[in-house]
Design a protein. Structure first.
Length: 145
């Protein structure tokens, strides 16, 4: 008879489905740069400590190191959107605490394409029949954008 192996950890920790890469992609997708921070040109990291309940929901957040200008509130809003997977823990309801650093970087300015107008001048060769029919001169312009 073989002896049954014990779990390596007594209490299993929650994990974000998809791992750290999926979490970073989620933050990047949902991050909205605050207007106050844009006006003040503030950028940098915000460190947030959050607690996860036994169901995998984020129940509490606290800013450990912040920037102000609305960045702290935005980081807390994003962290509260997280949903974790929690393995069963022998009927024990445990709160888990984790930290995350969310980086706020100013969006790069996109240059508007400059409008340019090109025109070509071509001379129309006159045939002898056209000369006889028209006595006066005139111009014709065609402008296309």
């Amino acid at each position: 008879m073989q002896k049954e192996k014990k779990d390596k950890h007594f209490i299993k920790k929650p994990f974000y489905e998809g791992g750290p890469k999926a979490m970073k992609a989620f933050v990047k997708e949902n991050l909205k740069y605050p207007e106050q921070a844009l006006k003040a040109k503030v950028e940098g990291p915000v460190k947030v400590r959050y607690s996860i309940d036994y169901k995998g929901n984020v129940v509490d957040t606290k800013v450990i190191a912040g920037l102000g200008h609305g960045c702290d509130e935005e980081a807390q809003r994003i962290v509260k959107l997280f949903k974790f997977q929690v393995p069963k823990n022998r009927k024990v309801k445990v709160l888990f605490y984790k930290n995350i650093t969310i980086h706020f970087r100013l969006p790069k300015k996109v240059e508007k394409p400059k409008t340019s107008i090109q025109y070509n001048v071509t001379k129309h060769k006159k045939t002898p029949k056209e000369d006889e029919g028209k006595k006066g001169g005139g111009y014709t312009y065609t402008i296309e954008f």
